[in-house]
Design a binder for this molecule. Structure first.
Ligand code: PGA
Length: 254
């Protein structure tokens, strides 16, 4: 089964009510690209409003707690995201690993909670520059996938609810994009670990590339073997920057 390319905009801690206009414009344009699955993940306060503002694109959160409810001030649960109409949640982003000390085991527990709530999950992995320079990129990412992806989720995997985003930390927000041959090698390593976990069903897991994706480099990255889409930060904040990436993912009708 060939899945549609998946282009996900991660607004990070950016956004406002005024920015919902950008989301609406992206949503309108999305209707011209039915062969691409498009989604946006705004900060929590805007998940509900964005959900109400769009129809053609997916809407997600950028984190969730492991528990369904309770005494966890400042946190948001997966069932709450599902309740306001979110489709998915991004988990284990390197900025959360850095800012909040999130480790693989916690990311895995969050993924289990999100899948139990019926959400799709995008689990982020990626090496630092020091790790790449030390020749450890594949080993680090393999360890992250092994530790962060919940192994007992074959049904959710079969339903296409799990994606992994390979995002080299040194490429995020830096304008420095990974070389296509390195992306191919890293995606193959992620795929191999997913096959070890899920067997044949692993081909239902889309592996996205993330890190300074823009309208100029998107075609090369998205055309690379094993790349099932992109997780886009900075270039997802405006329609003008985001749509060329969507267009690059779309197959021209023949
Ligand atoms: P960037 O962010 O596109 O701004 O590099 C990507 C990400 O962190 O998901």
């Amino acid at each position: 089964m060939t899945q549609r390319p998946y282009i996900v905009g991660n607004w990070k801690m950016n956004g406002s009510r005024a920015m919902l206009a950008e989301a609406r414009a992206i949503d309108r344009a999305a209707q011209r690209y039915p062969d691409v699955e498009i989604a946006l993940a705004p900060p929590f306060p805007f998940v509900g409003p964005l959900r109400e503002a769009v129809t053609a694109i997916g809407v997600g959160g950028q984190d969730c707690h492991t528990a369904t409810k309770g005494a966890h001030t400042g946190d948001v649960s997966a069932p709450m995201l599902a309740d306001i109409g979110a489709d998915f949640v991004i988990l284990g982003h390197s900025e959360r690993r850095r800012d909040h000390g999130e480790k693989d085991a916690l990311v895995r527990a969050k993924a289990e909670a999100a899948l139990a709530a019926g959400l799709g999950v995008i689990i982020c992995v990626g090496e630092t520059l020091d790790e790449r320079d030390a020749g450890k990129a594949e080993a680090v990412v393999d360890r992250q996938v092994k530790g962060s992806v919940p192994p007992g989720e074959s049904a959710a995997v079969a339903a296409g609810r799990l994606a992994v985003a390979y995002e080299p930390v040194w490429a995020i927000g830096t304008g420095r994009v990974a070389a296509v041959e390195d992306v191919i090698a890293m995606h193959a390593a992620v795929r191999a670990r997913l096959v070890a976990i899920f067997g044949e069903e692993a081909d239902k897991v889309r592996i996205l590339y993330g890190g300074s994706v823009n309208g100029e480099n998107a075609a090369g990255l998205l055309g690379a073997e094993g790349v099932g889409g992109a997780l886009v930060g900075g270039a997802s904040l405006t329609t003008d920057a985001f749509l060329p990436i969507v267009a690059a993912a779309s197959q021209p009708a023949d």
